[in-house]
Design a protein around this ligand. Structure first.
Ligand code: SF4
Length: 512
């Protein structure tokens, strides 16, 4: 009898450790022999802790489970898949999962994250084994042909970045994974690292072989202790079994990998600030050029990619570029693991091919707001993303379609607000966030954001409102055109979208 209880931190936060202990205790008390597997989360957070039971028909899900439910579940015979009010049927048949197109997340929630055997039994390391027999040029070409673009937000073609590093002569080269996932409402990087860490390790190893780098670093935010622990366990196992270190897969190539912990700065998610931090200095943005692909970590050519970009690579190598390229729309190829958060009834992870609309995500998957009130706005792409009103909900998730409406797909985070939201306060929050997190290197961002907060405060207080709105637009213009990095140049996205789509909130009469 196999019982699965997730060890993902979303499930742990909702009591999965206590539920797992109660299941073991109850089984022992009843003399029932069980095998407890701590799997990753299926990404349906409103059902966590989601307990699954292995049966001949497949896994049967029960959730959300509390410690108090455990005795009753055993009374009903749940360990054999019996009926119970909390039974949800076959996990794979739950429509939230069934409607997805999981490629990067194909193993997440199914396997034991730190079991190499489980990883190997589910197509793990098939990509590396193929890559190890290929030339570096051919690996890069495969990634180029797949159409994979950076999933961290910039959407730059991954293969072009790799080609630049491959073609730059140097004695040392590096692969750096940006796992400083700091956007509001995002958790797909965290889930990969906690729930399928070997996939990221495999993706980075393939990147190392592709560009000739012998050393890799995963820069993880300190707020992710479970991710760091899972990665370290998986890395140690990969070393023991010849998937890291010298003579990878018996092909004589070397790739070493280490985890490095960030210290809680949003701007360290910007690639050059991340490199500064990794080198032991304060996380301040570097001017580009030189590009990190030419002079990156310690001044050497460096591949720096987000977790999801690197995690997509093993499958591309295992199944071929065409397999991946044939999914998606326009120039947005493959899938994007999207994250539904904020005021949403069914928050969680939804991986779909590019082309799915916001409306499908919000209603078919998310089932509307948690509050039951109408959705008024959604912010896509983190704290620097635009606020979109209902009239934009039919926009497909596609980098170009979003750019055409002045928005960004970013890292695929979607934060939902109901009709009680005050968009002037959201605009203030965007400026305040920038003022707090600015690295301080350039004036439009450092000073502009502080002046922006003051302007929004005056607008809300109805002091010189028309002039302050004019000033706020002016500040946004300077920030867009004069900032060194996306922190300053994109903060105007939420501010201007709030002003343009929700002007009434900036012209409210004050409360008597
Ligand atoms: Fe630093 Fe802001 Fe300038 Fe970026 S835009 S370099 S975060 S001051």
């Amino acid at each position: 009898l196999i019982i699965y209880v997730p060890c993902d931190s979303s499930a742990i936060a909702l009591g999965s450790n206590e539920v797992a202990a109660a299941i073991v205790h109850e089984a022992q008390a009843r003399g029932i022999e069980i095998q407890l597997v701590r799997n990753g989360s299926r990404g349906m957070f409103w059902l966590e802790p989601l307990v699954e039971v292995g049966t001949d028909q497949g896994r049967i899900a029960y959730g959300p489970i509390e410690v108090e439910d455990v005795a009753g579940l055993f009374d009903a015979g749940f360990e054999k898949g019996a009926a119970h009010p909390l039974q949800l049927g076959l996990t794979e048949e739950i429509s939230y999962l069934k409607k997805q197109e999981r490629l990067t997340f194909m193993r997440v929630g199914i396997t034991d994250p730190v079991s190499l055997d489980d990883y190997l039994a589910h197509e793990g390391y098939a990509g590396l084994k193929r890559a190890a027999a290929m030339s570096a040029q051919n690996i890069v070409q495969e990634v180029l042909d797949s159409g994979l673009r950076g999933r961290g937000g910039a959407a730059f073609p991954t293969g072009i970045k790799w080609k630049t590093v491959l073609n730059t002569e140097a004695t040392d080269k590096y692969v750096v994974c940006n796992a400083d996932e700091g956007d509001s409402g995002t958790f797909s990087d965290r889930m990969v690292m906690e729930d399928d860490p070997f996939m990221l390790i495999e993706g980075m190893t393939i990147a190392g072989l592709a560009v000739g780098a012998k050393q890799g670093y995963i820069y993880v935010r300190s707020e992710y202790p479970h991710a760091i622990a899972a990665l370290n366990k998986a890395i140690s196992s990969a070393y023991q079994h010849g998937y890291l270190g010298k003579d990878i897969c018996g092909y004589g190539q070397t790739f070493e990998l280490e985890v490095r912990k960030g210290a809680g700065s949003y701007v360290c998610g910007e690639e050059t600030a991340l490199l500064e931090s990794l080198e032991g200095r304060r996380g301040i943005v570097r001017a580009k050029p030189p590009l990190p692909a030419i002079q990156g970590l310690f001044g050497q050519p460096t591949v720096i990619n987000n977790v999801i970009s690197l995690a997509a690579v093993p499958l591309i190598l295992a199944r071929g570029a065409d397999f991946y390229k044939n999914v998606g729309m326009g120039r947005s190829r493959g899938t994007l693991p999207m994250q539904l958060a904020g005021n949403i009834k069914q928050g969680g992870l939804v991986e779909k091919a590019f082309g799915v609309t916001l409306r499908e995500l919000l209603f078919d998957f998310g089932a509307g707001t948690a509050s039951g009130r109408p959705i008024r706005a959604v912010q896509v792409g983190g704290p620097l993303g635009a606020y979109l009103p209902e009239s934009k909900f039919d926009t497909p998730i596609d980098y170009e379609a979003f750019a055409a409406i002045g928005a960004t797909v970013g890292h695929g985070g979607i934060v939902v607000f109901d009709d009680t939201v005050d968009m002037a306060k959201q605009a203030r929050y965007a400026m305040e966030f920038c003022a707090v997190e600015s690295c301080g290197k350039c004036t439009p961002c450092r000073i502009g954001s502080t002046r922006g907060v003051e302007a929004v405060d005056k607008i809300i207080a109805n002091q010189d409102r028309p002039q302050q709105i004019h000033l706020l637009r002016d500040l946004c213009d300077v920030m867009v055109n004069g900032s060194l990095c996306a922190m300053g140049s994109m903060t105007p996205n939420p501010v201007l979208s709030a002003l343009n789509y929700f002007p009434d909130d900036f012209n409210r009469k004050l409360n008597p």
